[in-house]
Design a protein around this ligand. Sequence first.
Ligand code: PLP
Length: 442
Amino acid sequence: MKTDAIKKPKKPRTTRRSTAAFQQASKLFPGGVNSPVRSWKSVGGEPFFVMEAKGAELIDLDGNHYVDFIGSWGPMILGHCPSKVVAAVRKQALKGSSFGAPTELESRLALKVQSFFPSMEKMRFVSSGTEACMHVLRVARGFTGREKILKFDGCYHGASDPVLVKAGSGVATLGLPDSAGVPAASASNTLTAEFNNLEQARAILSSNEIAAVILEPVVGNAGAIAPKPGFLEGLAAAAKAAGALLIFDEVMTGFRLSRGGAQEKYGIKPDLTTLGKILGGGLPCAAYGGRAEIMDKIAPLGPVYQAGTLSGNPLAMAAGLATLEALNEKGFYASLEKISAEIEALIRAEAKSAGWADRICLNRTGSMFTLFFCAGPVNSYTDAKLADAKIYARFFRALLEGGVYFPPSQYEAAFINVKMDRKIIKRVRQAVAAAFATLNAE
Ligand code: PLP
């Protein structure tokens, strides 16, 4: 696919303007950022400030270009500024940006979502993945009349109280809050198990009254970790036998692993699903939905309350519709997979020629991947924690000098987009080779 990337000027990387912007922001926002993962705490240094983005690239305030492997943490699967999405948002903005009353756009997007995710018989649009996960758990509790939930170590389901829970390593534990300010009482109804440990999940399900099991079907928030064969199927069966609802948090995997997300890829039908990120094509939008009999418990039909001033926002609906239409184009996922496989192959090849093949574990599922600095395998958060985050930090900084922006954390997935064409891939190869050389030289 052709990229409309802005021409890269040949000059060494400078950071004067970003540094000034970060100093100012640090006086205004805690840590200088409006979401913690944007700070570079775990890799060192200060974040660059973005001026603009186009195709596969970000350009910072100092004019440095970076191949962007974050894509706003997932949404930008089409690359930045896809012309049809920009046009759709522009057109809608001229008609109004928020009404607090229903529009047909909401139903049009919902029908499109449903055609990709048939398990979502009814849904609600909200503005963030955090909201979607928070509300889906309330609905699950309201429907089952149970209070406990089961989540997996290393899975992130937004920043609401019940899911900000640290999991015990290896052993299922009663939840302890992961963050100051979370009442012990809200966390105490959250049980945790290790991802890919079916026996542990089964044991918890059979000895507790669990309202819902929630998981990232392919984990992205502990680095990319795929489910072992049989894990999702076994979990679905165990949840059903225990009368617990199965919730797939597809905020990250939805529309990314395939049109119909992980549930389509692995052939599992969850009771409830959360979506976000790509759904809004870069605008704030998320959704939760599932079986109609469960969703009909929500106000005004039922007793479970949920609301949002900007839910179903027309600009986000327009961006989402244009994005989902682009995903529907013939060959979209095949070309994304081809690009992703090429990027995996080049990283493996450069690691091998630099003598690092035995010291890395590259996990990739479709267009999300993580390069762990450990021998692996990485099948759980416990495994991921064995990776050497200090080496990753050095690798991250070396890549940056080569004009490639990887996640500023060893435990976050990198995202590939369809604008990563031959030229971009060539630049990535050079930067990866140079980064391994830097590790060897240090
Ligand atoms: N669920 C998953 C799987 C996520 O990756 C995220 C965000 O990264 C969320 C929920 C929360 O979404 P948001 O950041 O839009 O609140």
